[in-house]
Design a protein around this ligand. Structure first.
Ligand SMILES: [Zn+2]
Length: 220
């Protein structure tokens, strides 16, 4: 194993613990994957809590899901991650969580597509909610297929989040930001009034994105 793969394994374990500590996953929910080379993917194993992983627990597969090494079984949502890697050569990492406010918004029908917060718009544009898919059934890559072409963050209806990035940390930061946005949308919906940004405000944010060269793929 290369030293860079070793470092990625440690980072994946660290991010799994963050997800668990922050309540983005419960029990053995969620999964993380990272492409280490063209046809080599490290992912979290099936059935293990993301809060208690060690680097040796991770599973290595090829891009078609064939296991190369590791003690456990690959995550049951591996196809979701592999489909994203195949569609998007620009990304290396992906995270699926059950972040509770993101899920709650999709259950309650709170529209995450509203453009409300400047920094959420800067990173995500609008946050799409995909159609429903039965977990671990192979349906998740089908419902996310159209969205992953256009954006780096989405909510899978009544199930969880899916975020991607050039690095594991980037995919994780998008998860944190998405859940923070969903939290604000949830509490604002209790009040019943949501103020959205106007066109001029959005134009200024777009200018700032260009100025700082932000490259996240947004859903507009
Ligand atoms: Zn899930």
């Amino acid at each position: 194993m290369s030293s860079s793969e070793n470092a990625l394994r440690k980072e994946m374990v660290f991010i799994g613990k963050q997800m668990h500590d922050k309540g983005f996953v419960s029990a053995s929910d969620g999964n993380i994957a990272c492409r280490v080379s063209n046809n080599r993917v490290i992912s979290t194993p099936s059935g293990k809590s993301k809060g208690f992983l060690s680097p040796g627990d991770l599973v290595v597969t090829d891009l078609n899901g064939k296991k190369i090494s590791g003690k456990g079984k690959p995550t049951s949502e591996l196809e979701l991650h592999l489909a994203a890697f195949k569609e998007r050569p620009d990304i290396r990492a992906s995270i699926h969580s059950h972040a509770p406010f993101a899920v709650a918004c999709s259950v309650a029908g709170i529209d995450l597509g509203k453009i409300v917060l400047p920094e959420a718009y800067m990173i995500f544009g609008r946050v799409p909610v995909t159609p429903y898919a039965t977990p671990s059934s192979g349906e998740s890559p089908k419902v996310t297929a159209e969205f992953i072409k256009k954006c780096d963050a989405m909510v899978i209806d009544r199930h969880g989040t899916f975020t991607v990035g050039k690095t594991l940390m980037e995919a994780y930061m998008k998860l944190e930001k998405l859940e923070h946005f969903a939290f604000i949308m949830f509490i604002c919906s209790l009040k019943g009034r949501i103020k959205t940004l106007n066109r001029q405000q959005l134009r200024k944010i777009d200018e700032i994105r260009r100025k700082y060269g932000l490259s996240t793929m947004r859903y507009i």
